[in-house]
Design a protein around this ligand. Structure first.
Ligand code: ADP
Ligand code: MG
Length: 273
């Protein structure tokens, strides 16, 4: 058995607000096996995105208070408390966490327009995403990789389209560009937070198919986050159902769909047309 690529233990995340601290994530634990696909579902505000950002190490240095443990491909993103032997849990430094982003785990967000800069060509943005992590790479190598990556996600004529600006693509194609950006450094884990929510239904299915293909062909692990259980149903093995920062149900996605144990899961299913 190889180690899981993602390990989360007793993760708790709170934020200060004017009304006092709010608990966004309330003690969750889960693992993603190498090559596996995990779905995280739950209604809006249940803590899915806060969890996702934590996996990327993006709550470090913010007002969020984060405790528990997160390990991504061996890098300890969060490590508080003590080990079973009584020592402090190790936690990686900022430099190590930055190196992990993109290389070990890459994140695709819901709205491709807010993740892409309108004033630069997508080629420039893909090249930049690569060279942050591979400063030794030549511009020509980075560009070649960008074309390959665009080709991989199904952008027609990638050698020409690399010179296009984000607004010259449809919503679905923009989401593909964003996935291509995530693939630039061959991440072990792709984390997609509501990747299809802004898209219409037929395009949604195409993006989910693409994520499936990438996982199979590249051997990546996938974490697919959605408010809609039906969206993750065909793409993941295991699903976590979150409510108010807690995991209220988890298991094989087919079992959860067919026989939800928690009333909240049943309600989520009933909400799907
Ligand atoms: P989801 O992605 O499941 O819709 P989120 O993870 O975005 O939900 O949010 C979980 C809870 O944490 C919500 O109540 C949200 O308002 C709160 N929250 C998220 N980010 C912050 C922040 N930076 N500061 C304060 N509260 C936040
Ligand atoms: Mg969210």
């Amino acid at each position: 058995m190889t180690d899981p690529v993602v390990k989360v233990k007793d993760l708790r995340i709170t934020f200060p607000t004017l009304e006092g601290r709010i608990t966004a994530v309330d003690g969750i634990s889960f693992e993603v096996p190498a090559g596996g696909a995990l779905g995280i579902v739950g209604e809006s505000g249940s803590g899915k995105s806060v969890t996702s950002l934590a996996l990327m190490g993006l709550h470090r240095g913010t007002k969020a208070d984060v405790s528990g443990e997160i390990t991504v491909t061996g890098t300890s993103i969060v490590g508080t408390g003590t080990t079973e032997e009584g020592g402090a849990v190790p936690q990686a430094g900022d430099r190590e966490v930055r190196a992990m982003r993109g290389n070990d785990i890459a994140m695709v967000f819901q709205d491709p327009m807010s993740s892409l800069h309108p004033q630069y060509t997508i080629g420039d943005q893909l090249v930049e995403a690569f060279r942050i992590h591979r400063p030794e790479a030549t511009a020509a190598d980075a560009r070649k990789r960008a074309v390959e990556s665009l080709d991989r996600v199904g952008i027609p004529e990638p050698g020409r389209r690399i010179n296009s600006y984000p607004h010259e693509f449809s919503g679905g194609m923009r989401q593909r560009v964003l996935i291509a950006m995530g693939l630039m450094c061959d991440p072990t884990v792709l984390l997609a937070d509501e990747p299809t929510t802004a898209l219409d239904v037929t395009v949604q299915a195409q993006i989910l198919d693409l994520l499936d293909d990438l996982r199979r062909d590249l051997g990546m692990s996938l974490i697919l986050v959605s408010h809609d259980l039906a969206v993750v149903a065909g793409s993941v093995d295991e699903v976590l159902v979150m409510q108010k920062g807690r995991i209220v149900e988890r298991g094989d996605v087919r079992r959860v769909l067919a026989e939800p144990e928690h009333p909240y899961t049943a309600a989520l299913l009933a909400a799907v047309p």
